[in-house]
Design a protein around this ligand. Structure first.
Ligand SMILES: *[C@@H]1O[C@H](CO)[C@@H](O)[C@H](O)[C@H]1NC(C)=O
Ligand SMILES: *[C@@H]1O[C@H](CO)[C@@H](O)[C@H](O)[C@H]1NC(C)=O
Ligand SMILES: *[C@@H]1O[C@H](CO)[C@@H](O)[C@H](O)[C@H]1NC(C)=O
Ligand SMILES: *[C@@H]1O[C@H](CO)[C@@H](O)[C@H](O)[C@H]1NC(C)=O
Ligand SMILES: *[C@@H]1O[C@H](CO)[C@@H](O)[C@H](O)[C@H]1NC(C)=O
Ligand SMILES: *[C@@H]1O[C@H](CO)[C@@H](O)[C@H](O)[C@H]1NC(C)=O
Ligand SMILES: *[C@@H]1O[C@H](CO)[C@@H](O)[C@H](O)[C@H]1NC(C)=O
Ligand SMILES: *[C@@H]1O[C@H](CO)[C@@H](O)[C@H](O)[C@H]1NC(C)=O
Ligand SMILES: *[C@@H]1O[C@H](CO)[C@@H](O)[C@H](O)[C@H]1NC(C)=O
Ligand SMILES: *[C@@H]1O[C@H](CO)[C@@H](O)[C@H](O)[C@H]1NC(C)=O
Ligand SMILES: *[C@@H]1O[C@H](CO)[C@@H](O)[C@H](O)[C@H]1NC(C)=O
Ligand SMILES: CC(=O)N[C@H]1CO[C@H](CO)[C@@H](O)[C@@H]1O
Length: 588
């Protein structure tokens, strides 16, 4: 105690002396992965100051003191023994921190990207949404996530990438303003068909009672089949803008031990906790129903093991609008009525992502609704039918979610594959709520014919007339009218070159350096099926140019290759086709 006090006195005395002089020191903090024989430094007025310490949360975060810069500074990588500069940043940082810099990232000139404008909120959130306030997703920052621990176990999950193997690691989360350390974080490879690819997605779970801005379960999406690195980001921002329950999306730079893994999309894992955070203000006591997500990848005929991906993807490839219903009626996830045996609904085609707060998911709400659908006419009825639909479902959520699928040309939602859409059992109102997730196969990525996928006549959208639900729901004139109003509103006010275009440009500006970095990194997984993309998207896709081209980044303006159509080719086509079908123009 005595010693501490003396030491403090000594230190504060020293600071007073220095502060009076011209060379006031501040602390520089910079993230970079360097080998053991190198360190970071900061160059101020052409003098080099080594930053010799590393943060206790992560060896990636280097820090040290140096004089407060009067006219900018840059970071450098130094040879450890000699402090010789190996390389330095090719730009000057103009920040003038008073005590300490933010946690800066070596080689990136900004900490917060100021030019990213938010999309407008064009519809009030559905009344069911009671989402927590959270800083998990800061739109214009890219935090660094560093996992570390036993390399043997890390190698093991990558050597067995088709399997769900958990590994316990420590995790540092470093954003410009925060450093957080978690131990015993459970991480595993995540995803379905994209596990074939060499850049893998991950999911992680923090220990009980710990959280990252209110969330314990998070996914890091590799974006490996979206060369624009933007479709999830845009899709979730649009879902939010039209008031649907949805995860938000942000980006993260990911490292595992001493390897850079790449740029990832950070999203909330849709599980129990998400239900509480999205619908119940984050309360653990929130009384909620089950949450289901449609999954076409389950129980394909003769698939004995969930890891038989060749088989599963073979099936996925061929399941286009309705084929699944014919080949494999019992595993269908299209809300087709399968009779009154509840076990037929529980094969996994409605995967339970959250059990209710009391008991377990029992599928009755889905079976009842499928039965109800089967009893509705497939010819026009009058508006008096609306009330019975409202009893079964939150119709507004269905109209918004289904309109969203069409407006963003989603090939992998209810219409396209009867896949990925969410059904939440609202036990208070005893009805289902619809929303969407997994939005990477959208906005020009499609195996379907371009004219039906992006054309204006929405009734020709894949699955529109074939799906059990929509072939009945839109027989109610009121619902059809409202649905069309949503198509027009979403297109005029949001999904068009005037409103969404700038956001794409801005994301391009924000991400391009990180995308170049990502594309140059060695991958931790293996490409198990080198022709995966062409298998998934059919013969039409040009996989050779997909892999060989140096930097296929879909920017609004200059178009670049994408699997089917660049984001920037798609957007004007989508909006002009829809608006001209309705004889409307963009309202901005
Ligand atoms: C520094 O370490 C790396 C391996 O981490 C090695 O390849 C390199 O030769 C070393 N450089 C010097 C100057 O010792
Ligand atoms: C300021 O930083 C420099 C460079 O790290 C160091 O040599 C000097 O001792 C520091 N001065 C004070 C008062 O801490
Ligand atoms: C700085 O370096 C980055 C890559 O390290 C490069 O993309 C960029 O063009 C360089 N900028 C200038 C002004 O030289
Ligand atoms: C933001 O845009 C302005 C003008 O368009 C530009 O000068 C500035 O460098 C941009 N900032 C960033 C962080 O890109
Ligand atoms: C990982 O940590 C959790 C507790 O956080 C523990 O229950 C589990 O057994 C650990 N797993 C391994 C493989 O060490
Ligand atoms: C992590 O898990 C291990 C083994 O279960 C335990 O000994 C340790 O205390 C845990 N660490 C923290 C910070 O909870
Ligand atoms: C959530 O909080 C809002 C505002 O405090 C309140 O009106 C609402 O009833 C709460 N809902 C739930 C489900 O907790
Ligand atoms: C995977 O599917 C193939 C083709 O249907 C089959 O031959 C093989 O036995 C299956 N493997 C497993 C582990 O189920
Ligand atoms: C099945 O779940 C519903 C809620 O969807 C609930 O009302 C019902 O009581 C449950 N049935 C049984 C037998 O648990
Ligand atoms: C839209 O397509 C449907 C189905 O092919 C067709 O019956 C209808 O006439 C088309 N509508 C318009 C306005 O072209
Ligand atoms: C759009 O306008 C054209 C001519 O003005 C008309 O023939 C067509 O029916 C209109 N389409 C719709 C969907 O209203
Ligand atoms: C597609 C396929 O191989 N289907 C087979 C699955 O197994 C059943 C019964 O074993 C066969 O009858 C199918 O032909």
């Amino acid at each position: 105690m005595k010693f501490l006090t003396l030491k403090q006195l000594f230190v504060s005395g020293l600071i007073t002396v220095v502060a009076a002089g011209p060379t006031k020191n501040i602390t520089f903090n910079v993230i970079s992965l360097v080998p053991n024989n190198q360190t970071l430094g900061v160059i101020i007025d052409e003098k080099v100051y080594p930053l010799t310490k590393v943060n206790e949360a992560s060896t990636l975060l280097h820090f040290g003191d140096a004089p407060s810069p009067s006219s900018g500074y840059k970071y450098a990588i130094l040879q450890k023994d000699t402090n010789q500069v190996i390389e330095s940043e090719n730009f000057t940082r103009k920040n003038s921190p008073s005590k300490s810099t933010l946690n800066e990232y070596y080689g990136r000139s900004w900490n917060t990207y100021n030019n990213l404008t938010k999309l407008p909120l064009i519809m009030e959130p559905l009344p069911i949404i009671n989402r927590i306030e959270s800083n998990l997703h800061i739109d214009n920052e890219i935090p660094t996530v560093h996992f570390y621990g036993d390399q043997t176990q890390i190698d093991n999950i990558h050597n067995n990438q088709m399997e769900d193997i958990d590994v316990n690691l420590s995790m540092a989360y470093i954003s410009p303003k925060d450093v957080k350390l978690y131990e015993n974080v459970t991480i595993s490879v995540s995803g379905m068909s994209t596990r074939q690819m060499s850049k893998l997605s991950y999911k992680f779970k923090l220990p009980k009672k710990q959280d990252l801005f209110g969330y314990r379960r998070i996914k890091l999406r590799a974006m490996s089949i979206d060369m624009s690195y933007m479709r999830d980001s845009l899709g979730y921002a649009i879902a939010d803008s039209v008031g649907l329950p949805t995860t938000k999306h942000s980006y993260a730079r990911v490292y595992i031990n001493d390897e850079a893994v790449g740029l990832f999309g950070l999203v909330e894992h849709i599980k129990d906790e998400w239900v509480q955070n999205e619908f119940g203000n984050g309360s653990k006591k929130f009384k909620h129903g089950a949450l289901y997500v449609a999954d076409i990848n389950v129980k394909q005929p003769n698939t004995s093991s969930a890891t038989n991906m060749t088989k599963r993807d073979g099936a996925m490839d061929s399941i286009l609008a309705g084929k699944n219903e014919i080949d494999n009626p019992k595993a269908v996830s299209s809300l087709l009525y399968l009779g009154n045996n509840i076990s037929d609904y529980s094969l996994g085609q409605y995967a339970v992502k959250s059990d209710p707060s009391v008991g377990t998911a029992n599928y009755t709400r889905i079976m009842d609704f499928a039965k109800f659908i089967s009893e509705q006419p497939t010819v026009p009825v009058n508006d008096s039918a609306a009330a019975i639909w409202e009893e079964k479902i939150d119709v507004d959520s269905f109209l918004r979610g289904l309109a969203l699928e069409i407006v963003i040309s989603d090939m992998d939602g209810y219409f396209g594959m009867s896949n990925n859409y969410m059904l939440y059992d609202d036990i208070k109102n005893e009805r289902l709520v619809l929303s969407e997730q997994d939005l990477d196969l959208t906005m020009g990525v499609s195996t379907f014919n371009i004219s039906v996928m992006h054309g204006g006549n929405y009734t020709q959208f894949p699955g529109f007339t074939a799906r059990p639900l929509t072939s009945r729901l839109f027989q109610v004139p009121k619902f059809k009218k409202q649905f069309e109003n949503y198509l027009i509103k979403m297109t005029k006010e949001l999904v068009n070159p005037v409103v969404l275009g700038p956001r794409i440009d801005q994301l391009f500006g924000m991400l391009s350096e990180d995308v170049s970095w990502d594309l140059a990194l060695p991958r931790l997984g293996k490409s198990l099926m080198p022709d995966f993309v062409s298998i998934l998207f059919g013969n039409g896709s040009d996989y050779t140019s997909f892999t060989n081209s140096p930097f296929h980044f879909a920017v609004y303006g200059p178009t670049m290759l994408n699997i089917s159509m660049a984001l920037t080719e798609w957007l004007p086509l989508r909006s002009s086709n829809l608006l001209s079908f309705f004889n409307e123009t963009i309202s901005q």
